[in-house]
Design a binder for this molecule. Structure first.
Ligand SMILES: *[C@@H]1O[C@H](CO)[C@@H](O)[C@H](O)[C@H]1NC(C)=O
Ligand SMILES: *[C@@H]1O[C@H](CO)[C@@H](O)[C@H](O)[C@H]1NC(C)=O
Ligand SMILES: *[C@@H]1O[C@H](CO)[C@@H](O)[C@H](O)[C@H]1NC(C)=O
Ligand SMILES: *[C@@H]1O[C@H](CO)[C@@H](O)[C@H](O)[C@H]1NC(C)=O
Length: 211
């Protein structure tokens, strides 16, 4: 069954690879888009992203062709993922699909309502860079796991902690592969364990991996 699905998916992809058309944003807020022919081995993608650092929040919408391998979420399924270190958060809602202009929709803004879960987090970027994090992150929307980890940026190793959606926990191998194995994340249930660690905004990493 799995093989059949894979074969039929492969055929679908090969059939559409050369002729797939997708919407591409025309302007900054993507209120207008045009249809273009994508490069071979593309899917169509529409993604709505919410980023917050301290009190500053921005929302962006992007629609474009995307290389099949860059689209890490299941095809034809709206998928939301989110990372939240307390002082900084990055959430995305995405649809990748493989029929002409299937990415016409503008997806809803990722959920940023606090849920009842909490994780060890970081109150400010100063604290995070100084390694003196001692805050609680209130998890939001789909963030249902606590995570701790490390990443290497410009030869400097940083520790990371906060709330994360479970689907990101599950694709950490992929995150590592895409970033040359730099990122190692451990996820657990929302918990009360306090950890002090040097933090760097995971948004930088997530942004590189996921966009
Ligand atoms: C769409 O993606 C192509 C590369 O696949 C890129 O060159 C182009 O700038 C992108 N357009 C927008 C509006 O993001
Ligand atoms: C949207 O883009 C199309 C094609 O570029 C253009 O003809 C149309 O005027 C644009 N609409 C708006 C509201 O900008
Ligand atoms: C960094 O940590 C040290 C020792 O914990 C503290 O004395 C200093 O004020 C901290 N600096 C910042 C910018 O938080
Ligand atoms: C961490 O925060 C708790 C509660 O806010 C406080 O009691 C404790 O002294 C803090 N520890 C450090 C090292 O700042």
């Amino acid at each position: 069954m799995k093989l059949l699905l894979t074969l039929s998916l492969t055929c679908t992809l090969l059939n559409t690879a050369e002729s797939l058309r997708c919407h591409v944003c025309d302007n900054q807020d993507c209120s207008n888009s045009t249809s273009v022919t994508c490069p071979i081995f593309s899917v169509c993608r529409t993604i709505t992203s919410l980023r917050r650092v301290d009190r500053f929040t921005s929302v962006t919408v992007n629609k474009n062709c995307s290389a099949i391998l860059s689209c890490i979420t299941p095809l034809n399924t709206k998928t939301e993922w989110s990372v939240n270190q307390g002082f900084a958060k990055e959430g995305h809602r995405q649809l990748c699909c493989i029929t002409d202009n299937c990415n016409f929709q503008t997806l809803a803004i990722p959920n940023s309502l606090t849920n009842e879960k909490q994780c060890p987090g970081c109150a400010s970027i100063a604290e995070s860079l100084n390694g003196t994090c001692n805050a609680t992150a209130s998890c939001e929307g789909v963030e249902d796991r606590c995570f701790t980890g490390t990443t290497t940026v410009d030869s400097t190793q940083f520790a990371l902690q906060g709330c994360m959606s479970n689907n990101l926990c599950r694709i950490q191998a992929l995150i590592g592969a895409l970033l040359g194995g730099n990122v190692q994340i451990t996820c657990g249930a929302p918990c009360s364990v306090r950890m002090s660690a040097v933090l760097l905004t995971f948004a930088v990493t997530a942004h590189k991996v996921l966009l």
